[in-house]
Design a protein around this ligand. Structure first.
Ligand code: PPS
Length: 283
């Protein structure tokens, strides 16, 4: 498979399964008022939220009845993983995307679809990303050290982490957007799901809420074929030595970054994120 990057209007996409036609006509993509988008920089909790939305919106998913996986329920906008027709989906359409603010269809400003922006501390993002390339994509990237530099240069799908989160945050007044932090979800999953349900205008019974929370926990997702991506990764026939749901922890960066790398990262973070109001949790 072609795992190279595809640069479009200054932003890096992955070429594999990319809907280039859709991308080139994004402005024609009609946004509906009741659309819901999960927007992330890669490795920040996308699949986690695909599962959470599937559980909130679909009773059969909560009850483990249907055979659909999270990618059927919450497809990617710009990647055609299952070759589904995303435009004609019945409302409310649920989508996942890594699009930066400036490429998102501007119809959003009038229609005000619901947007959930999930962010994760970028030191853990770079570690998660490294293993993704190494063990899942089987892309030869060499050492962590080399990948760390590539990440800081923004030569990865998603381009620069700093630009992605700032782009969305700076335009939040133009959107109907809820920011969700990976680490907060990890520390208080139920509280986070309650918050999301409130934002979505969804009321769940206690029993349904229990079912959502339980099935969104890392270990349960990892063993759930509808949520762990294992079957999707078999589609392209590459033998893997790693899983999409790898570790799901906070602070794994401490096992990977050297003191020097950490200091450098902190300096760049302070420079780039000066006056940025959202908080981060690093361990
Ligand atoms: S992608 O490729 O952008 O769609 O990846 P993404 O899903 O955004 O990020 C993958 C990381 O999210 C972790 N993950 C979880 N963590 C905690 N709890 C749950 N339920 C969960 N589900 C997915 C996944 O394990 C990846 O992180 P790492 O650190 O590599 O384990």
């Amino acid at each position: 498979p072609d795992l190279s990057l595809y640069k479009y209007k200054g932003y890096y996409f992955g070429r594999l399964e990319l809907r280039i036609g859709l991308l080139e006509n994004l402005e024609d993509f009609e946004i509906r008022e009741d659309d819901v988008f999960v927007i992330t920089y890669p490795k920040s909790g996308t699949v986690w939220f695909q599962q959470i939305l599937s559980l909130i919106y679909f009773e059969e998913h909560r009850k483990r009845a249907g055979s659909l996986d999270t990618n059927d329920q919450v497809p990617f906008l710009e990647y055609s993983i299952k070759h589904e027709d995303i435009v004609k989906r019945p409302s409310p359409r649920l989508f996942a995307t890594h699009l930066p603010y400036y490429l998102f269809p501007s119809g959003m400003k009038n229609k005000k679809p619901k947007i959930i922006y999930v962010y994760r501390n970028p030191k853990d993002v770079v570690c998660s990303y490294y293993y993704f390339f190494k063990n899942v994509k089987l892309q030869v990237t060499g050492s962590f050290e080399k990948f760390f530099e590539q990440f800081l240069e923004g030569k990865v799908v998603g381009s620069l982490w700093f630009d992605h989160i700032k782009g969305w945050y700076e335009h939040k007044s133009l959107c109907n957007i809820q920011f969700m932090m990976y680490e907060e979800m990890k520390k208080d999953l139920r509280g986070s799901i309650v918050k999301v349900c409130k934002f979505l205008g969804k009321e769940l019974s206690d029993e349904d809420m229990d079912a959502v929370v339980t099935q969104a926990m890392f270990d349960n997702m990892k063993s759930d074929p509808r949520a762990n991506y294992d079957s999707l990764m078999e589609l392209d026939g590459i033998p893997r030595n790693g899983h999409f749901l790898r570790k799901g922890t906070i602070g794994d960066w401490k096992n990977h970054m050297t003191v020097e790398q950490n200091e450098r990262f902190d300096k760049i973070f302070q420079r780039e994120m000066k006056d940025f109001p959202l908080k981060f949790i690093w361990d």
